[in-house]
Design a protein around this ligand. Sequence first.
Ligand code: GUN
Length: 292
Amino acid sequence: MEIIDGKKVAAEIKESIKVEVASLLDQGKKAPHLAAVLVGDDPASHTYVAGKEKACHEVGFISSVYKLPASTKEADLLKVVEFLNNDDEVDGFIVQVPLPKHINETKILEAISPSKDVDGFHPANLGRMVTGLPTFLPATPFGILKLLEYYKIETEGKHCVVLGRSNIVGTPMSLLMSRKAYPGNCTVTICHTKTQNVKEICLTADILIAAVGQPNYVTEDMVKEGAVVIDVGMHRIPDEFKKSGFHLTGDVDFEKVAPKCKAISPVPGGVGPMTIVALIMNTFKAYKKEVY
Ligand code: GUN
């Protein structure tokens, strides 16, 4: 069984970006700039944004964060988006989701200029992904593709089961795994809350990608011997023995499932670091104008 070490892969990618950025700065060019908009005080969102800032500093990018109160009106958030769309100093930006309930998330994400949408959430960029045009791939699926590539996981002709159909992970992931490319060329099944016989379907998976949002959802009796398991879950479990008061766990019961796997990504240290590095890669693409 091989551990898919996202922390290591992310560190290697960041190192190569850092070298490239240093050389651009030496040539007198400006540094790439990623901005993040954070509305409200969801602790997980604050942690994610802090991780993105840290990664920017590690590779030599400029990072700015616009922190707005939970009471921010939709119209005012739209003004911030418009400001960033027009700010030539910013190469790409993200609006962290979830947003407070009174704000229409779709409306906000659609207001982001596709050329700065480094999260790849805009319908124009999702459409480009579907048709195979150059685009910003959503960060988590992009990070997972990079992991599969790094570990030379065979995908052609394999059965890939994706658990979850969110716009951010499950849906784009399933499309990417079925496209004519490497990683890809899989036969894909997508399972969701209304799927019957989830266990039986999972048992036929050569590659199982879990993005259900339920701690330890995938148990050992759902995984075929020799499968590759990618765990996208990230749950804070209260833990009095931890200084933070919680420990992290994924959608997969790692201890029990790992022995059956050919390869498995842990939580933490699997997909999480890759998601951040994917955002960095997308920002670099925006800076180099490789998409638009
Ligand atoms: N919330 C959870 N993951 C993400 C992400 O990748 N981007 C944004 N904007 N919000 C998120």
